[in-house]
Design a protein around this ligand. Structure first.
Ligand code: DGY
Length: 322
């Protein structure tokens, strides 16, 4: 059998590359200082059997039409809203991803953003940089404490569950959640399933962990924010597309909600003069949920494993879109 060739669309941790090479695959990695455009990626993939993609790659109808020769695509992420699943299936190309690799890393970011927003970390840091640290009046810059409050989870999957566990164990927070269906497995803490409207109305902190899909796109709009407590904090570490960002700005300006912590924005990157970056009770990070040594190494391992297993058994380990 001819040696199979894998193209990795941007430099990832060595562990996965080594695994694929040890399995007899020929691997080429893009090591440029910026990602390839879709056109460049398609051109590169001529002569390759596999694409190991990133969530920033646009794998749409054009991609699958022009790369129909690929045996398999394995993605270095859990999210796959960058992939047109029906175009992949039409081209007969199986897809894999790397779920579970960044559960703790992303939950840590959600938890950190919750604390950071509740105590205005980023704004206060900016005050020092701007030379504005004077004597603090006793009633200025007051934050909110989290002990005993209610954490609402939208999307109680692996990451949502870890965020809920952290909130429950650190601050004794009550946990409520909304999914399409109640969980069918027990958790190590009490969690109450509620409707979407009740989640909005009862959460002191609302943390978003659901995937971006047709049914979640723009679900957090002004109507949703208007149902929330005026003291509540909105956290999103999932995908920016779940939020209508101008509605979030209005909800904060009009004091419908109190604060927000975001690791994902819509679009990404966020423009440097975005109004959310100027707000006292808002903390924004540049999509670093999975950016730890441990998570990225595991993502590399899982993405490689899909490809190796595909050539052994005809099936990826972590299939998507099936
Ligand atoms: C994921 O794996 O989906 C992370 O958000 C990185 O894109």
């Amino acid at each position: 059998m001819a040696v199979k060739k894998v193209f990795v669309s941007w430099d990832i941790p060595e562990i996965g590359i080594k695994m694929m090479e040890d399995a007899g695959l020929l691997v080429e990695v893009w090591k440029g200082n910026k990602p390839l455009t879709q056109e460049e990626l398609i051109a590169k993939l001529r002569g390759f059997n596999v694409c190991l993609s990133l969530s920033i790659d646009k794998l749409d109808g054009t991609f699958f039409q022009q790369c129909a020769h690929l045996d398999v695509v394995s993605q270095f992420s859990v999210g796959y809203d960058n992939i047109d699943l029906s175009a992949a299936s039409k081209a007969g190309i199986p897809l894999g991803n790397a779920p579970g690799a960044m559960t703790e890393a992303t939950a840590d970011i959600a938890f950190g953003l919750m604390i950071a927003a509740s105590r205005k970390f980023f704004f206060m840091h900016q005050q020092i940089i701007n030379g504005a640290w004077k004597v603090n009046p006793p009633q200025a810059f007051l934050g909110q404490e989290l002990r005993g409050k209610t954490i609402g989870i939208f999307g109680m999957g692996k990451i949502g569950t870890e965020m809920a566990r952290l909130c429950h164990q650190a601050y004794g927070m009550e946990v409520i959640y909304h999914n399409r269906h109640p969980l069918d497995h027990p958790l190590s803490f009490d969690a109450k399933y509620v409707s979407f409207d009740d989640l909005m109305a009862e959460s002191d902190v609302l943390s978003v962990h659901a995937a971006l899909s047709h049914s979640t796109q723009g679900i957090f709009d002004i109507k949703a924010f208007s149902k929330m407590k005026s003291t509540s904090i909105f956290i999103n570490t999932s995908r920016g597309g779940l939020v209508v960002e101008e509605d979030l700005v209005s909800a904060l300006k009009d004091k419908m909600i109190w604060g927000a912590g975001l690791d994902v924005t819509n679009p990404e990157p966020m423009r440097a003069d975005h109004p959310l970056l100027m707000m006292e009770n808002v903390c924004v990070l540049p999509h670093i949920g999975s950016a730890t040594v441990e998570a990225r190494a595991e993502m590399s391992r899982l993405a490689a494993l899909n490809i190796i297993e595909f050539y052994k058994s005809g099936k990826v380990v972590h299939p998507i879109g099936q």
